[in-house]
Design a protein around this ligand. Structure first.
Ligand SMILES: [Zn+2]
Length: 224
């Protein structure tokens, strides 16, 4: 059966970028270079906003995750809707939530922090709704947003696995309803096998950085 986890490293015919509509669990921390984010290449090409993707959303649980991939920032400069929900503990903006313009074209919204997933969820939903409206206004992208959750390892320091699971499940469902895809980052060395498997069950694909260092290899897939 196709559900059996299997290593696919020997088979390079499954580039993650080719499956931009698949939800993916990335076994690596989010990186500003973007190599560990599926779909960052379409932004790099500058074609994403026009041809399908209505926006890019990073939900950041760490300071390091606050900066979206360079490719996204470049896409923002070209008019793509790029947003960051700042869910880091003790956000720079203090207790106040609000929008601010950071890197050119990137809109950052401050949420309460990882321990308050209800608030984070509201900010994420608001951002996705705004993107949806924006996409309609421009008459372009019929495709949905690309959502990056980085990282679950940081999130799991503040909430238990069940709460994190519910949050990720809600976000992936919401993004999917808009025709988009979600990927999340998790650092495998920081968790036991069961936690990784639980989180992986929410995603179509599990991927890890390729040994060549220039992308992602699919570790397992339950897509047909
Ligand atoms: Zn990412």
């Amino acid at each position: 059966m196709s559900g059996t986890p299997s290593r696919a490293g020997h088979d390079p015919t499954h580039p993650v970028e080719g499956s931009s509509d698949a939800d993916t669990l990335v076994l690596a921390a989010p990186s500003a270079i973007g190599g560990h984010c599926p779909c960052s290449r379409e932004a790099h090409d500058g074609t994403a906003a026009a041809t399908g993707t209505s926006g890019f959303l990073r939900v950041a649980f760490t300071r390091g995750g606050l900066s979206p991939p360079e490719e996204w920032v470049r896409a923002a400069g070209d008019g793509a809707d790029v947003r960051v929900v700042d869910s880091t503990p003790c956000s720079v903006g203090g207790d106040e939530s609000g929008e601010r313009e950071g890197e050119k074209g990137v809109v950052t919204v401050t949420a309460s922090g990882p321990a308050n997933l209800t608030d984070v969820g509201v900010r994420v939903t608001d951002a996705l709704d705004d993107m949806d409206v924006t996409a309609g206004d421009t008459g372009g992208g019929s495709g949905g947003p690309v959502c990056c959750l980085g990282s679950l390892t940081a999130l799991l320091q503040y909430v238990d696995a069940r709460e994190a699971y519910r949050f990720v499940n809600a976000v992936t469902a919401r993004v999917a309803s808009l025709g988009g895809s979600t990927h999340a980052h998790i650092e495998p060395a920081a968790h036991d096998r069961r936690t990784i498997d639980t989180m992986a069950s929410l995603f179509d694909i599990v991927a890890e950085p390729s040994s060549a260092g220039d992308g992602l290899d699919v570790v397992r897939s339950r897509r047909r």
